[in-house]
Design a protein around this ligand. Structure first.
Ligand code: NAD
Length: 368
C-alpha cells in the first residue's frame, strides 16, 4: 500500500527544498503517491485563489501533506497562505523540534527543545483595521467609550484574541507530547505582566492544566523577553516550550539560531487527524533558483511525517542519514560550512544526493 500525500512545492526556494525532500522520502523505500498542488500568488492565475479549494480538498482527503515555504508580500497584497492553510484545516498545533546535530557549529554543545506553538489565534488571527477607515474610527471611538483609553486617530489596529478553549487545547497537546516523548518539563511562555487578560488567561489555563500532570511532568512559566535571554545563554535548561502564536513564531527562529540556522529547523502543523509538514524557514527569495539553500529542514520535516504515518524505522534511517552527512561536513550547503563562502560547499540537490547515498548504502550509523 502506498501513502497518498499532498505535496505543495511552494515558491521561492520552496520547489528546490521540496524536491530534495521528496527524493529522500522516496529513497527510504516507503511507497508514496504524491498529489502535487500549487498555492500562493502563483496559483491565482490558474485557480483564481492563492489557496485553491482543490488543494484544501486534497489535504482533507489524504489527511497528510508536506509543503515548501510560500511567500507573503510584506505590508500589502495577499494574506499569508501559510496562515490561511492552518486556519482552513484547523491545524491548531505547530510542533517544532529543535535539536543540535553533531558537526553543526553552535555556541552550545547540546540543544534539544520541543516548541509547541498555538496556531489558530493571537495577533495571527488576521483581524486588522487599516488606518483612516470608517471601521478603525468606530473602533477607536468604542475603545474611548469603554475604558477611556485614547488611541491616536491615525492608528491602524490588529486584534489579539486569546481564548480559554484554544489555550487549553494547545497546552494539553504540549503536555501530551511531553508524556509521549519522555520529556520532563513544559514551560509556558507569556507576557502576562503586561497583557493581563489575554496572556493572563493563557497562563491561568496553563496552571490549571499543568496540575493534572503533577508528578509526571514538571511545569513552569517564563516571561517571553526573559525566556529569549535564557534560551541564548542556557538552552539546556529548557525542554518543551508552549507559546501563543506570535511568541511561538519569533522564538522558533531564535531556537533555529541555536542549532545551525533556519536550514536545520523542521516543523509540523497538526489538527485532529490531519497534519501538514513544513520547514520553519520561509521562501528565502534571494536564493530562489540558485540550488543553494540547505534542504535539511524540509527533509527533517519529512522525517516527522514518516513518524506520523507510522513508519518509525524509515524515519530513523532518514534521520541518521541526514545526521551522518552533516557530521562528515563535506557534502553540505554553505550554511553548514565553517565559513559561508567556503568553495567546497555543495548545492541543495547535491546535499540531498549525499543523504540518499547514505540511505542506500545502508551504512548509516546506528546511534548518533
Ligand atoms: P526566510 O526564512 O525565507 O529567510 C531568511 C534567511 O534565512 C534567508 O535569507 C537565508 O539567509 C536563511 N535561510 C532560510 N532558509 C534557509 C535554508 N533552507 N538554508 C539556508 N539558509 C536559509 O525569511 P524571510 O526572508 O523573512 O521571508 C521570506 C518570505 O517567506 C516572506 O514572504 C515570508 O512571509 C515567507 N515565509 C513563509 C513561511 C512559510 O511558508 N511557512 C515561513 C516564514 C516566512
Amino acid at each position: 500500500m502506498s501513502y497518498k500525500v499532498t505535496l505543495i512545492p511552494g515558491d521561492g526556494v520552496g520547489p528546490e527544498v521540496a524536491s530534495a525532500a521528496r527524493a529522500c522520502l522516496e529513497a527510504t523505500g516507503v511507497p508514496f503517491q504524491w498529489e502535487i498542488h500549487s498555492a500562493g500568488e502563483g496559483a491565482i492565475a490558474e485557480h483564481g485563489s492563492p489557496l485553491p479549494e482543490v488543494l484544501l480538498e486534497s489535504i482533507r482527503h489524504n489527511r497528510v501533506a508536506i509543503k515548501g515555504p510560500i511567500t507573503t508580500p510584506i505590508g500589502k497584497g495577499i494574506r499569508s497562505v501559510n496562515v490561511g492553510l492552518r486556519h482552513a484545516l484547523d491545524l491548531y498545533a505547530c510542533v517544532r523540534p529543535c535539536r543540535l546535530y553533531p558537526g553543526v557549529s553552535s555556541f552550545h554543545s547540546k540543544v534539544d527543545l520541543l516548541i509547541v506553538r498555538e496556531n489558530s489565534e493571537d495577533l495571527y488571527a488576521g483581524i486588522e483595521y487599516d488606518d483612516q477607515t470608517p471601521e478603525v474610527r468606530e473602533l477607536i471611538g468604542w475603545v474611548k467609550q469603554h475604558g477611556g483609553k485614547t488611541i491616536r486617530p491615525d492608528a491602524a489596529i490588529s486584534l489579539k484574541p486569546i481564548s480559554a478553549g484554544a489555550s487549553e487545547r494547545i497546552i494539553r497537546f504540549a503536555f501530551e507530547q511531553a508524556v509521549k516523548n519522555g520529556r520532563k518539563k513544559v514551560t509556558a511562555v507569556h507576557k502576562a505582566n503586561i497583557m493581563k487578560f489575554t496572556d493572563g488567561l493563557f497562563l491561568e489555563v496553563f496552571r490549571r492544566v499543568s496540575s493534572e500532570y503533577q508528578g509526571r511532568v514538571e511545569a513552569e512559566d517564563r516571561l517571553v523577553d526573559n525566556l529569549c535571554m535564557q534560551l541564548v545563554q542556557r538552552p539546556e535548561t529548557f525542554d518543551v516550550l508552549v507559546l501563543p502564536n506570535l511568541y511561538g513564531d519569533i522564538v522558533s527562529d531564535l531556537c533555529a539560531g541555536l542549532i545551525g540556522g533556519l536550514g536545520m529547523a523542521p516543523g509540523a502543523n497538526i489538527g485532529d487527524g490531519i497534519a501538514v509538514f513544513e520547514p520553519v524557514h520561509g521562501s528565502a527569495p534571494k536564493y530562489q533558483g540558485q540550488n543553494k539553500v540547505n534542504p535539511a529542514a524540509t527533509i527533517l520535516s519529512g522525517v516527522l511525517m514518516l513518524r506520523h504515518l507510522g513508519e518509525p524505522e524509515a524515519a530513523d534511517r532518514l534521520d541518521r542519514a541526514v545526521s551522518e552527512v552533516i557530521r562528515e561536513g563535506r557534502r553540505v550547503t554553505y550554511d553548514l560550512k565553517p565559513k559561508r563562502d567556503d568553495p567546497t560547499s555543495v548545492g541543495t540537490r547535491e546535499m540531498a544526493e549525499a543523504i540518499i547515498e547514505k540511505l542506500k548504502s545502508g551504512v548509516v550509523r546506528a546511534n548518533l
